[in-house]
Design a protein around this ligand. Structure first.
Ligand SMILES: [Zn+2]
Length: 140
C-alpha cells in the first residue's frame, strides 16, 4: 500500500495574533526559534504529516473530520472497504484552524512512498529540513 508525506502551510499571522506567539505545543517542537523575539519575514509555519491517503484527501480530512456526526468519504480511492467512510476525528487542531493550502513543491518528489516506516522517516526529515531553513514545523 502506498503512503504519502505532505506539508500544509499554516496561517502564521492568525497563529500569533492572540499572544504574539503560537500555541505552546507548537513552540515546544520549534525550540530553534527564540519566541521572545519578533519573527523574521521568511519564517513560515507548516504542519507536516504522512498518510495512506493522498495529500488532498488528507487535507480535506483535517478540515472536515471533526466535531459531531463525522461522515467523510475517502476522495483519493486509497481506502478499502469500511475504511472508505471515516466517522472518527482525523483532524489536527493546527491543520484544521490554520491550514491554508498544501505546499506541493515541498513533498511531491517523495510520493508515493512504499511503506509506513519510510513515510514516518520522511515526515520527520521534512520537518527537520523546514526548521533548518528557518521555518517552523509541527508533526505528530
Ligand atoms: Zn483518501
Amino acid at each position: 500500500m502506498p503512503y504519502y508525506v505532505y506539508a500544509i502551510r499554516l496561517d502564521r499571522d492568525a497563529m500569533i495574533r492572540r499572544t504574539g506567539k503560537p500555541p505552546h505545543k507548537f513552540c515546544d517542537q520549534n525550540d530553534h526559534i527564540d519566541w521572545d523575539y519578533p519573527l523574521h519575514d521568511g519564517c513560515d509555519f507548516y504542519y507536516v504529516g504522512q498518510s495512506m491517503h493522498k495529500p488532498e484527501c488528507r487535507f480535506a480530512q483535517h478540515k472536515e473530520c471533526y466535531g459531531w456526526r463525522i461522515k467523510f468519504t475517502c476522495q483519493c480511492g486509497n481506502a478499502r472497504g469500511k475504511g472508505k467512510v471515516i466517522t472518527q476525528n482525523r483532524s489536527n487542531r493546527f491543520a484544521r484552524d490554520y491550514g491554508l493550502f498544501l505546499s506541493h513543491s515541498l513533498f511531491e518528489h517523495h510520493n508515493p512512498i512504499k511503506s509506513r516506516a519510510v513515510a514516518e522517516k520522511l515526515e520527520a526529515q521534512l520537518a527537520s529540513e523546514l526548521r533548518s531553513n528557518g521555518h517552523a514545523a509541527y508533526y505528530n
